[in-house]
Design a protein around this ligand. Structure first.
Ligand code: AMP
Ligand code: MN
Ligand code: MN
Ligand code: MN
Length: 291
């Protein structure tokens, strides 16, 4: 059985590995089909594809779009997106503009708490185009303001804390429509991570479907095992396709390493069921595609 990991990050967003390194590590860890899904940017895809083609791993072009839904941040992953699509790139560019403004604002707010040079520090630690709260967290750890990443978020960067800047990312409808414009499939990322009541989560899924969303992440490296059973049932009941991704950010301590994802529960329909590029050679011969 082929191993899929459909949610990972490179240093083009808040991961720590270059796209080529990520692909190489994924291959070594036994992953057959890998999606690179950086936050609000697709800059790493071209580099990842060159390495993937060279070493024989299937690369899926992806992105993880930041969305504000009912005042909360929700992440929507797009898989198999055409990275040249104009609507997608224009939408992502708008989110990156907001990100840039927000990064300066985070720096300003931290300065009021006597933390100097946070914006410059986060910018220095960010190796790609976007500055994420992750880079601020790494800066706070590096400078000794906090003991670890969790504390950085808890004390400074999560909602309601001094370095948290509220704002409007994409709407759910925009994110899904950009992904669809780019011929991709939209997936609700790590649904167990949102602090939403069961009823509100179902509303999110309902609106997501109305917008044209197709799948939910049943398996996520940032989910506890019981969440997998829960969301497998919801996917089956509500006819969503199921996706699986580690949400890998690099070899430092993370929720989950590459190549360690469990199989999807049997009652799930995998999002890759109809993907041509992952058809087995036998299926291709049966379809007359290989001679
Ligand atoms: P941003 O999109 O810039 O708001 O940053 C969100 C990113 O911060 C997520 O994608 C995670 O990688 C990271 N993150 C959020 N909460 C935590 C946490 N408690 N500990 C570590 N990383 C976190
Ligand atoms: Mn992240
Ligand atoms: Mn996410
Ligand atoms: Mn992610």
């Amino acid at each position: 059985m082929r191993r899929f990991d459909l949610h990972t990050h490179s240093l083009q967003s808040d991961g720590t590995l270059a796209p080529a390194e990520l692909v190489t590590r994924a291959r070594a860890a036994g992953v057959d089909v890998l999606a690179l899904t950086d936050h609000d940017v697709t800059d790493g895809i071209a580099e990842a594809r060159i390495t993937a083609d060279r070493i024989g791993i299937t690369l899926i072009a992806g992105v993880e779009i930041s969305v504000t839904w009912q005042g909360q941040t929700v992440h929507i992953v797009g898989l198999n997106v055409d990275t040249a699509d104009h609507a997608l790139q224009q939408g992502l560019a708008r989110l990156r503009e907001f990100r840039q403004w927000r990064a300066v604002e985070i720096g300003r707010r931290l300065q009021k708490k006597r933390i100097e040079g946070a914006y410059e520090g986060a910018r220095r630690l960010a190796k790609g185009t976007i500055v994420s709260r992750t880079h601020f967290a790494r800066f706070l750890v590096e400078q000794g303001y906090v003991r670890g990443m969790q504390q950085a978020f808890k004390q400074f960067l999560s909602s309601g804390k001094p370095g948290h800047v509220p704002g409007q990312w994409a709407t759910l409808d925009e994110a899904v429509s950009w992904i669809r414009s780019a011929d991709g499939q939209a997936v609700v990322a790590h649904p167990a991570r949102y602090k939403l009541s069961a009823g509100k989560l179902l509303r999110l899924f309902g609106e997501f479907r109305e917008c044209g969303g197709e799948a939910i992440e049943v398996i996520s490296g940032s989910h506890p095992p019981e969440a997998t059973r829960h969301f497998a049932r919801i996917a089956a009941e509500q006819d969503f396709l199921a996706s699986a991704g580690s949400d890998y950010h690099g070899p430092e301590k993370t929720w989950m390493d590459l190549g360690r994802l469990p199989d999807l529960p049997a009652d799930c329909i995998p999002i890759w069921r109809d993907w041509e590029q992952v058809e087995s050679p036998l299926a291709k011969i049966a379809a007359g595609g290989l001679s």
